[in-house]
Design a protein around this ligand. Structure first.
Ligand code: SAM
Length: 281
């Protein structure tokens, strides 16, 4: 008989400090029938700390496609299945996303139990702009030419950029970032919420000097200021096009001019005069 109380729970777990688990996460993990996780040893550490004993099912990169159907079969049969990652929110730079797509595709219930995530923790502690941000995850491990192409596509983004970074590639990554994106402000947020938590702030050149002078260990997030140069060279015609899009989407004229002037660091009056000229044409 098919039970109808099955659910896939996406459970956020700590990124270091075990005190960061939420009360709801503890309850759901306690009530769940199965826990799908990456490294069972990592999840066992957390469960032992919480005094919870459950059947663990390994759900890892490279076996995700073969395991996803099995896990959703369990949910369809009325089981409560919790998905956790080694650290943080499942689905961020791990195979969680594939399981969630499968769950929606098969029409089973999905709930999220939010918790810490390294991307957001790194961003807010960096001191860089949080208004708009672009999370890239890990840089590809591919050949330099391909890595350069990926980074070139990020060059003009004005939003703050966030990368997951590993100790063994950090030096090479920073060198390439400096070459392609140019020198700009940034921060390395390392071992967040753990004993050796450290935030190193400075320009890309300064961050590279630090990395060259001492070995940085542990888990790291790199946060970089968005492109500040592009903003200053946006032409009046480009501003006008953006203005038309904004007004076309229902934003009032005054508000659109104000937003463009603030976001792109351009003169409100010049844009206003240009709009008048265009209307007279
Ligand atoms: N799902 C996780 C999340 O929500 O943050 C991220 C998983 S991803 C496979 C692991 C990467 O996250 C690490 O290589 C590192 O870049 C970053 N990370 C995880 N824990 C961290 C921590 N305590 N401090 C800094 N970065 C961390």
């Amino acid at each position: 008989m098919v039970k109808d109380d099955g659910c896939l729970y996406l459970v956020g777990t700590p990124i270091g400090n075990l005190e960061d688990i939420s009360l709801r996460a503890v309850r759901i993990l306690g009530e769940t029938d199965f826990i799908a996780c990456e490294d069972t040893r990592e999840t066992l550490k957390l469960l032992n700390h919480l005094g919870i004993s459950k059947k663990l099912i390994s759900y890892q990169k490279y076996s995700e496609n073969e395991k996803k159907s099995y896990l959703i079969d369990l949910v369809e049969a009325g089981n409560k299945v919790s998905l956790v990652s080694d650290a943080g929110m499942p689905g961020i730079s791990d195979p969680g996303e594939i399981l969630v797509k499968e769950a929606w595709g098969r029409g089973v219930r999905v709930e999220v139990i939010p918790g810490p995530s390294a991307v957001i923790s790194g961003l807010v502690i960096s001191g860089l702009s949080t208004t708009n941000f672009y999370f890239h995850g890990f840089l590809p491990k591919s050949k330099v030419k391909e890595r350069e192409a990926v980074l070139s596509s990020l060059k003009d983004i004005r939003a703050t950029l966030i990368f997951y970074i590993t100790p063994h590639s950090i030096q090479k990554d920073l060198q390439l970032l400096l070459k392609i994106l140019g020198n700009r402000n940034g921060a390395i947020a390392r071992e967040l919420t753990k004993f050796y938590e450290e935030v190193i702030r400075g320009t890309l050149e300064e961050l590279l000097q630090v990395v060259e002078s001492r070995t940085l260990k542990g888990e790291m997030v790199l946060i970089l200021e968005g492109n500040q140069v592009t903003a200053k060279v946006m032409s009046l015609e480009e501003q006008y096009k953006l203005y038309q899009i904004m007004v076309g989407s229902g934003i009032n004229s005054k508000e659109a001019i104000k937003t463009i002037s603030t976001d792109y660091n351009v003169s409100k009056n010049k844009l206003y005069e240009y709009i008048l000229e265009k209307k007279e044409e």
